[in-house]
Design a protein around this ligand. Structure first.
Ligand code: OKP
Ligand code: ZN
Length: 343
């Protein structure tokens, strides 16, 4: 299987992250992707190709101009005010406050365009986010030229980013940008299966009103875990999009036998939909020892997961999302991809 990689992810390298009441070294560390790359090379999974440059157009097909503009300027605006420290929001337009005014001040903008304070913007954030989108777009293009399956080794991740909202370590929605590019190139239907531990609120929101994308997500119950305010079972799409969104909220501690049953239901929906292309938002933070998540899949289970997704039997684009157990992340990602290819 081909992999697409860009070293520019190294530019998202914050000193600290606000998490669980503390400023700690970031959970989304550059080591995650370097560890996956090393494993891919060690087992000779296949060629590793560099990302091509696609410019802003495919990004603007998914994200609002003003949001992209904000991301490009956020760091320099912040530095003028506060110096070279991680840019973090401190205020949000929550209930009863106005959401129709975009403040001029950088503090106000950060709150307007974000939904958490755990996603630091640094000097290199825009460069890294753009490269990550280019990784997904390059992989998407390889599929169009006949590859059966390609792995986009994206970082920062993307599935929490909505049209004009960042959070959850995500700035641009790589899976959504690649999906839109596939549709723009003539695909009629794209299926997105999100197996990251966290709900893909951004991806859901981007396609919620649309009937050309089926979104299926398995994730921790939002009553218990991040992102908390989306990902319930009763979110089924709106307008023309009604019936094109499926959420499977799952309990903490879930193990493979029960997870597998729910995954099978999601896979059956996907088989029934019969997409031209399957996009998988691949997070391996469902691992039993993940430092920020509470499911209980084992290293072996990822082979089975990959094998199960092969039963959908469609051209498949893998887009890397979460997974924070750095020593094991390479095993888990490659187990999924090997399980898929050796089915
Ligand atoms: C990004 B992705 C832990 C709080 C962590 C942020 C999670 C972002 C996950 N108590 N909150 O979906 O892997
Ligand atoms: Zn996650």
């Amino acid at each position: 299987m081909l992999t697409v990689y860009s070293p520019d992810h190294l530019y998202q390298n914050a000193q600290f992250e606000l998490i669980d009441g503390q400023l700690l070294p970031p959970v989304d560390t550059p080591k995650r992707v370097e560890a996956v790359l090393e494993k891919i090379e060690a087992i000779k999974l296949g060629e590793v190709l560099p990302a091509q440059e696609f410019g802003l157009d495919p990004i603007l097909r998914v994200h609002e101009d003003s949001f992209v503009n904000f991301l490009q300027n956020a760091w320099s605006d912040w530095v003028k005010e506060y110096g070279e420290k991680e840019a973090l929001p401190l205020n949000w337009p929550a209930r009863t406050l106005r959401q129709d005014k975009i403040p001029e001040a950088i503090d106000g903008k950060l709150g307007y365009y974000s939904f958490d304070a755990g996603t630091p913007i640094t000097a290199g954030t825009w460069r890294a986010a753009k490269a990550s989108a280019n990784v997904a777009l390059t992989a998407q293009q390889l599929l169009k030229t006949g590859e059966k399956t390609v792995f986009a080794l994206c970082r920062p991740p993307g599935h929490h980013a909505a049209k004009s909202l960042y959070g959850g370590y995500c700035f641009l929605n790589n899976a959504a940008i690649a999906t839109q590019a596939l549709l723009d190139a003539g695909a009629q239907r794209v299926g997105i299966l999100d197996v990251d531990y966290h709900h893909g609120n951004g991806t859901q929101d981007i396609f919620y009103h649309r009937n050309d994308v089926l979104f299926v997500s398995l994730h921790a119950d939002p009553r218990l875990d991040y992102p908390f305010y989306l990902g319930y079972e009763d979110e089924t799409g709106i307008g023309q999009g009604e019936g094109f969104n499926f959420n499977y909220p799952l309990p903490w501690g879930i193990r493979w036998p029960e997870y597998c049953q729910r995954l099978k239901q999601g896979i059956d929906l996907m088989i029934n939909y019969s997409p031209d292309v399957l996009v998988v938002s691949l997070g391996v933070d469902t691992y039993e020892h993940d430092p920020i998540a509470k499911f209980a899949l084992t290293t072996e289970d990822y082979l089975s997961l990959g094998k199960m997704l092969a039963s959908i039997n469609k051209p498949t684009l893998w887009v890397m999302e979460g997974g924070y157990a750095v020593p094991e992340i390479g095993n888990h990602i490659t187990n999924v991809l090997i399980g898929f290819e050796d089915n």
